[in-house]
Design a binder for this molecule. Structure first.
Ligand code: GLY
Length: 364
């Protein structure tokens, strides 16, 4: 049995879903292939920080991610509003800003360096003394040393976004096929011709988008057309305050983790960063470190209830920058390697991929 479409998208996380939706809106016929259930992998575990300023890293790769991150952060309000208008579902965009907090002298020195770095890039980041930081977030321990406020770094609730994207894909007419693992990407000479499923079924496609995240390397691509994407494990806790919201308002980041308030008394506490292949087991050590570090900073978390412990695999390239656009073979389009930034970069990735698919833009 064989099917034929303009575009086959491999991977049904936030990147695959966003690309599918946009490509369909651009008039292409799209089949999305997900090995398990859409939006149940790494995207489902993600905290949802839209934080290009707080997360910027030194070096050329850091600058590239910053550039993409700022562009995509700027697109999020409209992307979210469009999804909400199309589906009637909320995406949980919260414009709260982010605080990066130093707990001791060493961390304060490092934060001063980070402030200078952001200033040199023209980014909006304010230096806050402990009293000012605690005015914004009274739950912070009185012993903090310094804080950096990034007022334009916000958050969304990825689980709400995924639900809205699923519905939007359905409304737009994307053929979404779950529990449909892809065995190989097919080619004829230098040209992609489609994919073969593990069931043996073949889907002919003019173009194939690889959005399989941490499973990209398992797709059986020829060596000349493959990109090394490794899984980077993250353990993450979901906490709930039985007394309701109010402990924290802003996203709070610290050495070793972050706390993301959802605004309704729920908090996401993440995340470990571990090189352990596809290992998905949570560990006592990982959870201990997250709780210890967060508790040092926000002692009030000890009253929160643990609602969920989950593990995600970030898809990461050797320099941790994403691969978005054409490459390797004619008709092959990359949308992977988003590392810690998949939620942030979803709107921009969808635009870049769709421009590539429709031939309306040549990517550099
Ligand atoms: N984006 C946060 C993380 O990967 O933990």
């Amino acid at each position: 049995m064989s099917d034929s479409v303009d575009v086959a998208i491999v991977g049904g996380g936030i990147i695959g879903l966003a690309c599918a939706c946009r490509a369909r809106q651009a008039g292409l016929s799209v089949t999305l292939l997900e090995r398990e259930r859409t939006g149940e992998g790494t995207s489902h575990v993600a905290a949802g920080m839209l934080a290009p300023v707080a997360e910027v890293e030194f070096g050329e790769a850091g600058r590239r991610v910053l550039d993409l991150g700022l562009r995509s952060a700027g697109m999020w309000p409209q992307f979210g509003a469009e999804l909400e208008a199309r589906t009637g579902l909320a995406v949980g965009l919260r414009r709260t800003g982010t605080l990066v907090v130093a707990r001791d002298e060493d961390e304060a020195r490092e934060l001063e360096r980070q402030l200078v770095f952001r200033e040199s890039l023209g980014l909006r980041a304010e230096r806050l003394l402990p009293s000012a930081a605690r005015e914004l977030e009274p739950a912070l321990t009185p012993t903090i040393r310094l804080a950096l406020h990034a007022p334009e770094d916000h958050s969304v609730d990825p689980r709400l976004v995924l639900e809205a994207l699923r519905q939007a894909c359905e409304l737009e007419g994307v053929a979404v096929r779950e529990h449909t693992p892809v065995a190989s990407v097919e080619q004829d000479g230098e040209r992609i011709t489609g994919v073969v499923l593990e069931s043996g079924e073949r889907i002919d496609a003019g173009q194939v988008v690889l959005a399989a995240g941490a499973w990209t390397s398992e797709l059986g691509l020829p060596a000349e057309a493959s990109i090394p994407v490794r899984p980077v494990k993250g353990q993450i806790l979901r906490l709930g305050d039985p007394t309701g919201p109010g402990l924290l308002t802003k996203v709070v980041r610290f050495h070793g983790g972050y706390l993301v308030p959802r605004g309704d008394g729920r908090y996401v506490l993440g995340a470990t960063v571990e090189e352990r292949g596809h290992d998905m087991h949570p560990t006592a050590g990982g959870v201990y470190e997250l709780l210890r570090d967060a508790h040092e900073l926000v002692p009030g978390i000890e009253e929160l209830r643990i609602e969920e412990l989950s593990v995600g695999l970030r898809p990461s390239t050797p320099d941790n920058t994403p691969v978005i656009g054409p490459g390797g073979l004619e008709g092959l389009v990359w949308a992977t390697g988003h590392h810690r930034n998949g939620i942030l970069l979803a709107p921009l990735t969808a635009e870049l991929v769709t421009s590539t698919l429709t031939g309306t833009m040549v990517l550099s």
